[in-house]
Write a protein that binds this ligand. Structure first.
Ligand code: GDP
Ligand code: MG
Length: 333
């Protein structure tokens, strides 16, 4: 933390809606600067203030273009909008995220729009635990809507469903095979499904296929090992999503804006459903539980590893002990 990063000053400036302060606070929080604890504590007071919309789906489906449209929609309502985009760190897709930035560029100078790209660990462009702190900064900044764009491979450190209130899964008519192969996890995670690029051939078939796949997917996939690998990390977030909400399938052409109003209405309806049924409260609890879980995991692992001495490693080499015995001793000490 630099000297000019006086926490109470940064906090006050973020609360006043200053983007420069939010950008700095975000960096400190995302870098897990120990001095950012005070910031995080304060910003958490705003947790739950925004509708967090996860926009996920395969690369090239039009997530960024669609996000740009949603920004326009919410700006017309006078809402402040925050965007957290996870950049694939893979050099192959590096060009793509530059493109993403250009597509949202028309909003870059709008003081009602705060855009931040977050690094992702590894190649998949997925979410990491720093997303929680980043979201709280944007909530404190006064964003009424926060859009999190992620590829969402199902193998991310954090599952989008434990971050967002409303998950929008984006696909296209050209991704028919993708729909067939869509994992049960993706089917369960979506609250709203979008067939984007509706200007291309095959839109009606794609919508119909998706609808029937959803019917089947939901009926048969729910009780079995839903969310697969994520259970390990976010156990608290993987209960099946009970709810009478039938995920709508909506066709859009983000490039022209077609279908965006309808998508906006669906997102409103989902928010309304969350607050009227108490499901919103349950989801928020699940999000906080996931955030706590990541915090604990990092600290517990680090503390335990700090107790591993050179001598204990020598003892392992000499077979005087074994990893499990040593591990238990570390936890007892
Ligand atoms: N034809 C058509 N192309 C689109 C539409 N939406 C996005 N695209 C194009 O699809 C490509 C990928 O879009 P992008 O938003 O970057 O996808 P992302 O990787 O999911 O974020 C770009 O060339 C967009 O211009 C659409 O509705 N129709
Ligand atoms: Mg994108």
């Amino acid at each position: 933390m630099r000297r000019k990063d006086d926490p109470s000053d940064l906090i006050a400036r973020v609360r006043r809606g200053e983007h420069a302060a939010a950008a700095r606070a975000l960096t400190l929080v995302v870098d897990e600067d120990p001095a950012a604890d005070e910031l995080s504590r304060e910003f958490f007071k705003s947790a739950g203030a925004a509708q967090k919309i996860g926009v996920c789906g395969p690369p090239g489906a039009g997530k960024s273009t669609l996000t740009g449209r949603l920004i326009g929609l919410y700006r017309k309502r006078g809402l402040k909008v925050g965007i957290l985009a996870v950049d694939p760190s893979s050099p192959i897709t590096g060009g793509a995220f530059l493109g993403d930035r250009l597509r949202v560029m028309e909003h870059a100078t709008d003081p009602g729009v705060f855009i931040r790209s977050l690094a992702s660990r590894g190649m998949v462009g997925g979410l990491t635990h720093t997303i929680f702190g980043a979201i709280h900064v944007l909530e404190a900044l006064g964003c009424g809507k926060i859009i999190v764009e992620t590829v969402g491979t199902g193998q991310d450190e954090v599952d989008i469903a434990s971050v967002a209130d409303t998950v929008v899964y984006v696909t296209t008519p050209a991704m028919g095979d993708e729909i067939q192969a869509m994992k049960a996890g993706a089917m369960e995670v979506g609250d709203v499904f979008v067939v984007n690029k509706a200007d291309l051939a095959g839109r009606d078939k794609a919508v119909a296929d998706l609808r029937s796949a959803l019917g089947l997917g939901r009926a048969s996939a729910a009780p079995a090992g839903h969310h697969g690998s994520q259970a390990r990390l976010t156990a608290a977030s993987v209960e099946p999503r009970e709810s009478s909400w039938e995920p709508p399938v909506c066709a859009t052409a983000a490039i022209s804006g077609e279908g965006i109003e309808e998508l906006g209405k669906i997102l409103d309806a989902h928010l309304e459903r969350l607050s009227s049924t108490g499901e919103g409260r349950e989801r928020l609890k699940r999000q906080h539980s996931a955030e706590l879980r990541f915090w604990i995991e990092r600290r517990v692992v680090q503390r335990a590893l700090d107790r591993v001495t050179e001598k204990s490693l020598e003892d392992l080499l000499a077979h005087k002990t074994d990893p499990a015995t040593l591990g238990r001793e570390i936890f007892r000490s």
